[in-house]
Design a protein around this ligand. Structure first.
Ligand code: SF4
Length: 568
């Protein structure tokens, strides 16, 4: 459809006229203001950064009683395909958080790093330092294909995990925007000469075109026994089909997405549909066809309904598939019967399959910091500096240390204990599988707390689980501070979504495997009533569950009214 036929949203015009995502970012980097303008802030997302302000400071007052106002800073997100990070890169990010951030690094639910509290005046130095470590922030956010997720388990005894990891890099490279704006602005042009739009020479963007995508686009790769990256919540999920220890192809799952807008009933969370099966050599071409169908037919008038899921809902899957076949150039088969069967968090010690070990370390809410006796940042720094191993970031916001010589196991256990970092067997499964988005104080959209209340919610839940004899039960709790769904709250056993100040919508009936949407069990639940509301349901679950039935499966089987009746 041509531009003339489509009523474009303001942001579409902004992207189109931005000289390939430069806009006024170069000029604004040269001024003394603490914040970017609104338009530059929108384009900045494509470079991996969001303008934020500390919402705790907003409430504070000066000595004369006037409000302190907004304390601006930037969030800086690093895009890391498959979550693969060397020890040097990890240490560089830790150095940066101390030097230019707020003293903490956050592992995201998409296997990336986030720095918070970076002043605008330090943004170029920060992005440059990340690039110096051979990582990038480019396309970590914005209307492009974002970080490509992949199961991070470093098993070496079969080629499956290595192939999936290699594919995550291939997809990330293939879908990286071609604009030189990122390089010019952050890496080479301190005086603004190269980014002077008067001399602008566009490069071809063969996949994205001049307006990039209508909205963000997310891809992830899983294998059936371990859906740790939540393959059904992605715009494009790739589920490996494994036969005789080899990947014969991938089921492509399309149209997943968690985000909703509270004021817009037309928005909703959705899990992906199974579209087709492709062989490994077809993956990139079919993925490109899918992205291009979204590029050309996704909604560019209303950003609230611009994600791929809304296009598929409005067309229906058969029409969408037909269009993808048209772009790909040949018919596509039905999906393979393979489906998700399990999930792992990779926390604890495991044999890699090559004589080495790997160790998954749980990091609550992904926040790497030193706080009292729990000194995660110092502990990781000590281990990585001494042993220099490769690491992997997980979608459950934790870290895996790879390639460990068994002879070093006791020394590493000692360093963990010295820094107050707990081993797998010291943590409940509820804590290991819990996820929280950042929310307050940095996210401008947060309605309620999320990361800061997660420890207390899990403490309470642990007590109730133990009381009901469920201490060893796997249960997934995801909390977000607003309905946008960054912490994927619509598919676990228990989802908590910030609805009003101090109040949450309580979702039940998903599962840790992430294959089903939850339902709303109760709305506007005050924070201190969340666990007391769930506890009686845990009791009836314990006494009535079928063999092997998870809490979420039980809730889905009984349904909202049935659960209410059981505890009436
Ligand atoms: Fe912010 Fe909402 Fe995303 Fe949480 S879910 S990080 S509150 S936008």
């Amino acid at each position: 459809m041509s531009t003339a036929e489509v009523k474009l949203s303001k942001l579409e015009h902004l992207k189109e006229g931005s000289h390939q995502l430069r806009g006024t970012i170069p000029e604004e980097l040269l001024n003394d203001k603490p914040e970017f303008s609104g338009d530059a802030g929108q384009l900045l997302k494509h470079h991996g950064s969001y303008m934020q302000d500390d919402r705790d400071v907003r409430k504070e007052k000066n000595e004369d009683g006037t409000k302190k106002g907004k304390a601006y800073s930037c969030m800086v997100r690093t895009r890391i395909p498959g979550g693969r990070v060397t020890a040097e890169q990890f240490l560089a990010e830790l150095d940066l958080c101390d030097k230019l951030g707020n003293g903490s690094v956050r592992i995201t639910t998409r296997q990336g790093f986030q720095l918070h509290g970076v002043l605008k005046s330090n943004l170029r130095e920060t992005i440059r330092a990340i690039n110096d470590s051979m990582l990038t922030t480019f396309a970590a956010c914005g209307d492009v294909n974002r970080n490509v997720m992949c199961c991070p388990a470093p098993y070496k005894n079969n080629p499956v995990h290595d192939e999936m990891q290699a594919l995550s890099q291939e997809l990330a490279d293939h879908f990286k925007p071609k604009t030189t704006g990122y390089f010019d602005i952050w890496l080479s042009d301190e005086d603004g000469e190269k980014t002077n739009v008067a001399d602008f020479n566009p490069v071809e963007e063969p996949i994205y075109g001049e307006r990039y995508l209508p909205r963000k686009f997310k891809m992830a790769i899983a294998e059936p026994s371990d859906n740790c990256i939540d393959v059904y919540t992605q715009d494009l999920g790739l589920l490996a089909v494994v036969e005789d220890g080899k990947i014969t192809g991938y089921n492509l799952l399309v149209g997943g997405g968690m985000g909703t807008t509270p004021s817009a009933a037309k928005t909703y969370p959705r899990i992906a549909d199974k579209l087709t099966f492709v062989t490994p050599d077809q993956v990139i071409a079919v993925a490109e066809a899918i992205v291009k169908v979204q590029r050309d037919h996704g909604n560019r008038e209303d950003r609230k309904i611009a994600r791929l899921k809304y296009l598929i809902e409005s067309w229906g899957l058969p029409k969408f598939k037909q269009k993808v076949e048209e772009y790909f150039g040949q018919a596509l088969p039905e999906p393979h019967a393979t489906d998700v069967t399990g999930v792992e968090d990779h926390i604890g010690w495991y044999e890699q399959g090559d004589g080495k070990l790997f160790l998954g370390i749980n990091i609550e809410s992904g926040r790497i910091k030193d706080d009292g006796d729990l000194r995660i940042k110092l502990g990781l720094r000590a281990i990585l500096s001494k042993f220099g191993m490769e690491t992997r970031l997980t979608a459950l916001q934790s870290v895996i240390l790879c390639d460990i010589d068994p002879a070093d196991k006791e020394q590493i256990n000692g360093l963990l204990a010295e820094h107050g970092i707990k081993n797998a067997d010291e943590l409940s499964l509820a804590r290991r599988y819990a996820v929280a988005c950042p929310a307050f104080p940095t996210c401008g959209l947060s309605i309620t707390e999320s990361e800061r209340i997660l420890p207390d919610v899990i403490d309470q839940l642990d007590v109730e689980m133990a009381k009901h004899g469920l201490a060893s039960q796997k249960i997934a709790v995801h909390i977000t501070g607003c309905p946008n769904g960054c912490g994927r709250p619509y598919t676990p056993d228990i989802g908590l979504v910030g609805k009003a100040v101090g109040k949450y919508t309580l979702f039940l009936g998903g599962n840790p495997e992430g294959t089903r949407l939850c339902f709303i069990y109760k709305d506007m639940v005050p924070l201190d009533e969340i666990v007391p509301t769930v506890s009686p349901l845990l009791g009836v679950y314990k006494s009535e569950r079928n063999d092997g039935e998870s809490f979420g499966d039980y809730c889905a089987r009984i349904g909202k009214e049935g659960l209410e009746a059981k505890i009436a």
